[in-house]
Each structure stands twice: as structure tokens, then as C-alpha cells.
Design a protein. Structure first.
Length: 243
């Protein structure tokens, strides 16, 4: 009479096979998890960069639309309505609101200053057009991780200085004349950007100055400007263009 013994548990070979399968599945699962984590991180950085770009573009757009042909006085030195040199752009603008009746000036002076070491583009705001050297502007960050920064004047040719040549402080036409537009070029994380914005048409202002009509030289007529040319060009592996 024979008896059959039922085998209990696993053999060593079966156990090794199970461990090997589990190790393979764990490795594949970790790769998938790591890939998804990198995708999430990359998407987060992309959203952050996109938000930064949108806010900066909208701020610059508002400044350019509100630029006015009015000279400034900084520390006793007369400054043109718009001045560009050594990648430093400064301009006079209007549009200041005073809902609390604090006596804020309607116009202010804006500077765009690039720090190459920090790779950061700053926006500096002076509360009024006439300021002292000791006055500290309100500084805010427009863009971070900026490389290959360049700002040019379009009139209509591209130039990196405005006004062109030596400025005669007695030449009111040169002090009040605005170029046709401004061009920003820069790179953020390998992506090249090009922003083009137009400015107030100051032909009527300079014409009034030449005609010696001081009544029209103080405050420009803001309904006589050209429609703003708003253009953003992005150069990447997949090129896209917004206008």
C-alpha cells in the first residue's frame, strides 16, 4: 500500500524565480515612477516660466503703451523722454492712479536694468519724473534666468542707443522724440524670445515744438498714437509665434 505525500511550500528554484520576477517588476515600476516625477517637475517649471513671461510681457506692454514724450530731471540732470544706453532703458510714462487721494504724481519714470551676474531683469520705478540722486526707486523682478539679453530701439532701423549721438539739452525736439518701437531679445533655459512693441507717435509733438507752440508742448494728446504693434516671437525646437 503506497502513500502519497503532499508537497508543502516552494522549492528553492521557484523562490528564486519569484524573487527575480519581483525585482524586474520593481525596477520597471521605479523607472516609470521616476519618469513621471521628471515629467511633473518639467511641467511645473514650464508653467512657472510661462507665468513669469506672461506677467513680464504684460507689464512691459503697459509701460510702452503709457510712454509719453516728456523729459525728466534726475538729480538736476535733464533726461530725454526715452533713453537707451548700455542695455539700460529708461522712459517717462503716465497712467498713475491715485484712488486714495494721496497726492501721487500722474507721471513716473521707469527703468529696465539687466544684471548679467544674477541673470535677472529688474524694473525700477521712480514715483515722479523729477527726482534726486538719493531717491531710492521701487525695484521689482521682471524675469529670472535671463541670458543673451539685448534691448534695441526701432526707428525704424535697429539701434542700441537713444537718442542717437550727443544729446543737446536745449534741443527740445530730441528730448521729447520717441522712437517707433522697442525690441527685446533674450534667452531663458535655451529658448529664445523676441518681443516687439510700438510707442506713441510723437510727430505731432515735435511739430508743435518746431512751431513754438508751448501750449501743446506740455501735455501730449494721447489719442493720437498709432495702434500698438504687439508681437512676441519664441524660437525653440517647435517654433511658435504669438501676436
Amino acid at each position: 500500500m503506497s502513500t502519497t505525500k503532499h508537497r508543502m511550500g516552494f522549492t528553492l528554484v521557484e523562490l528564486l524565480v519569484a524573487i527575480a520576477i519581483f525585482a524586474v517588476l520593481s525596477a520597471l515600476g521605479w523607472k516609470v515612477f521616476d519618469y513621471m516625477a521628471k515629467i511633473k517637475e518639467r511641467n511645473g517649471m514650464h508653467e512657472e516660466n510661462l507665468e513669469q513671461l506672461q506677467e513680464a510681457y504684460q507689464q512691459i506692454q503697459r509701460d510702452m503703451l503709457q510712454a509719453i514724450p516728456v523729459s525728466a530731471n534726475v538729480g538736476g540732470q535733464v533726461k530725454p523722454a526715452l533713453e537707451l544706453g548700455n542695455k539700460l532703458l529708461s522712459l517717462s510714462k503716465t497712467g498713475v492712479t491715485d484712488p486714495l487721494k494721496q497726492g501721487l504724481a500722474p507721471n513716473e519714470r521707469i527703468e529696465y536694468r539687466y544684471n548679467a551676474e544674477e541673470k535677472t531683469l529688474y524694473r525700477l520705478k521712480y514715483a515722479q519724473l523729477n527726482s534726486t540722486r538719493a531717491e531710492q526707486p521701487l525695484s521689482s523682478v521682471l524675469l529670472r534666468n535671463v541670458e543673451d539679453y539685448q534691448v534695441l530701439v526701432l526707428n525704424p532701423n535697429e539701434v542700441n542707443q537713444w537718442p542717437a549721438g550727443v544729446v543737446n539739452l536745449n534741443d527740445h525736439v530730441a528730448l521729447k522724440t520717441l522712437p517707433r518701437g522697442i525690441k527685446f531679445n533674450f534667452t531663458i533655459q535655451g529658448v529664445e524670445y523676441e518681443w516687439l512693441l510700438s510707442l506713441l507717435n510723437t510727430d505731432f509733438v515735435t511739430a508743435n515744438v518746431r512751431l513754438n507752440r508751448p501750449d501743446l508742448n506740455q501735455q501730449p494728446v494721447f489719442n493720437r498714437f498709432n495702434p500698438a504693434l504687439l508681437h512676441m516671437n519664441v524660437v525653440d525646437t517647435n517654433q511658435s509665434e504669438w501676436a
